[in-house]
Write a protein that binds this ligand. Structure first.
Ligand SMILES: [Zn+2]
Length: 256
């Protein structure tokens, strides 16, 4: 398998970004805050263009990162891309934000979603290791085999029960080698944690932007769905499972 590299246009340089996971999340939040302060000023009417949003996002990123922001006709997302198969290199980030019917550009009330997605973007460029793991899983086929489970059993608002999730997870993992199990669990753990932070960020700035532009909104709206996902409880289950696997396979490196 060819190792995929992350090109310098897709991650923050080491002098800006180093340290623990906690430090990197703090950095991502700080960048998201700076981005918000800029974008907040641009709302002189109810919408701004995707182009302007992208331009300000680039300006708020402390390195030359390739990032594109596109309208999308489904629920949005943030992803990365490798354009150059020969070099096996991730070269850019793509953010898709749901386009509302009859609306040009991004609405002020889309801030809950747009700042959620920019938080994903800043977290990604601050954690190139996590992108690398995701790509490894994609290359080996583990991602394809686990994505349905991730979406249906972990990243879901369906009713949560600790025992059931523990059992379903243990059962599901049996088909994979310990190394695949670890990749999947680490990947899921960080993805859930990043969703947790991204929801917080989206909510926080949806609140702030409405408070700073009362003239542009009719009635204040609140988005509150994060609790339904039970992120902390699910992350705890995954961490326990990882501990168990490392205890049984001392040869495998606990590489966070
Ligand atoms: Zn998200």
């Amino acid at each position: 398998m060819n190792m995929i590299k992350i090109h310098k246009t897709a991650k923050l340089p080491l002098d800006i970004c180093k340290g623990s996971y906690k430090d990197r999340i703090s950095l991502a939040k700080e960048l998201n805050r700076k981005f918000f302060d800029e974008i907040n000023k641009k709302f002189t009417q109810k919408t701004i263009s995707y182009d302007l949003f992208e331009k300000i996002l680039k300006k708020s990123t402390p390195a030359e990162i390739n990032v594109k922001v596109n309208p999308y006709n489904k629920k949005g997302g943030t992803t990365c891309l490798y354009l150059d198969d020969i070099k096996n290199c991730i070269t850019e980030h793509l953010i898709y934000i749901e386009k509302r019917p009859f609306m040009d550009g991004l609405g002020i009330l889309d801030t809950g979603i747009s700042l959620h997605e920019t938080m994903h973007y800043f977290t990604s460029i601050a954690n190139p290791k996590h992108i690398a793991r995701m790509i490894k899983m994609f290359e080996t086929g583990t991602l394809e085999k686990t994505e349905k489970f991730y979406k249906e059993k972990l990243y879901t608002r369906n009713k949560f029960d600790k025992k059931t999730t523990q059992q379903t997870l243990s059962e599901f993992l049996k088909q994979f080698t310990p190394e695949e199990q670890i990749d999947f669990l680490q990947n899921s753990r960080y993805r859930l944690l990043e969703e947790y932070h991204a929801y917080d960020e989206g909510y926080k700035y949806l609140d702030k932007i409405q408070d700073s532009h009362p003239e542009l909104i009719c009635e204040k709206i609140y988005a509150r769905e994060k609790e339904d996902y039970h992120f902390p409880e699910k992350i705890e289950i995954i961490k326990e499972k990882l501990k168990e696997i490392f205890a049984n396979h001392s040869n495998l490196n606990n590489n966070k």
